[in-house]
Design a protein around this ligand. Structure first.
Ligand code: PMP
Length: 305
């Protein structure tokens, strides 16, 4: 990805994509303490708009706070950086990746005395789990890897280090012929996907794991909760067991990258009719209406570029 035209915002300046480099002795590269965001900008009738920009930036600053990293920019500056990156790269719709990391001033586990950096990159990125998956649903397996316990790497931080666990689960799932993994928490209850929150529908009620299962407090998860309310669907946050997935009517993933992705099979067991469920489809449609600027109720979630 390094060899491209375009601009990346790095520590306060737009630099050429190819020049956005860091040193091999960068602390975060060695010890994994850093935080990032995944944000999307969508094409709307009024031009590109970043979805829930302020909420993503707030979460990035909260992640840094949890990791005891002091970002040397204001939230407003980081919001503005994201707008500038979409503009500078002339993107109609895209994925944005803000990342904050610890610098190369010194090594050793302690980051004290080191510098904190921040960058924002953006590029075009279609359906994360495939266009076909959005229509038909994807096939997932319960991972043999456990999601982080809430007192291990801090699950409310979108921390770089949390993603080793995600990579292990996702790689195992792909190697075993599935599209994605679902991780259980340390007590065996459903937590989340490697990069997605999970929802379960049974008898017209929508369930999602409560955050004590170690799942990230997803912004798409929150968006879907608003959508369900608008559709008159009750949402219950609770502990969910693996077999509740097997006998659910519908299951789907949510995430900035994954958007609303139906799940048609778990551990080779068909969910419902084995295709995208009718309520999942409704929620998906409502989601795309909101992000593409077709629902005035949520216009405040869109930041025009
Ligand atoms: N869980 C994990 C582990 C993730 O990486 C993501 C993607 N950020 C999510 C859930 C979904 O969060 P959001 O909807 O805010 O993108």
């Amino acid at each position: 990805m390094a060899d491209r035209d375009g601009k990346i915002w790095m520590d306060g300046q737009l630099v050429d994509w190819r020049d956005a480099k860091i040193h091999v002795l960068t602390h975060t590269l060695h010890y994994g303490c850093g935080a990032f965001e995944g944000v999307r900008a969508y094409k709307t009738e009024q031009g590109p708009a970043i979805f829930r920009l302020e909420d993503h930036t707030k979460r990035l600053f909260n992640s840094a706070k949890i990791l005891r990293m002091q970002i040397p920019f204001t939230q407003e500056a980081v919001n503005q950086a994201q707008v500038e990156v979409v503009r500078a790269n002339k993107l109609e719709s895209c994925y944005l990746r803000p990342l904050t990391w610890i610098g190369d001033r010194k090594l050793g586990v302690s980051p004290k005395g080191n510098t904190i950096h921040l960058m924002v990159a953006a590029w075009a990125w279609g359906a994360y789990l495939g266009e076909e998956g959005m229509q038909r649903g994807i096939r997932v397996k319960i991972s043999s890897f456990t999601r982080h316990h809430v007192n291990i790497t801090m699950s409310q931080a979108k921390a770089v280090s949390n993603y080793t666990n995600s990579i292990l689960a996702n790689t195992e799932a792909l190697d075993d012929g599935y599209d994605e993994a679902i991780l259980l928490d340390a007590s065996g209850f459903v937590s989340e996907g490697s990069g997605e929150n999970i929802f379960v529908i049974k008898d017209g009620v929508v369930y999602t794991p409560d955050l004590s299962a170690g799942a990230l407090n997803g912004i798409t998860r929150n968006t879907v909760m608003h959508i369900c309310k608008d559709l008159g669907l009750e949402v219950v946050q609770k502990r969910i067991t693996r077999d509740e997935l097997y006998i659910a009517d519908e299951v789907f993933f949510t995430g900035t990258a994954a958007e609303v992705t139906p799940i048609r099979e778990v551990d080779r067991i068909e969910i419902g009719a084995g295709s995208r469920g009718p309520l999942t489809e409704k929620i998906q449609q409502a989601f795309f209406d909101i992000v593409n600027g077709r629902n005035p109720k949520y216009a405040h979630w869109l930041t025009r570029v």
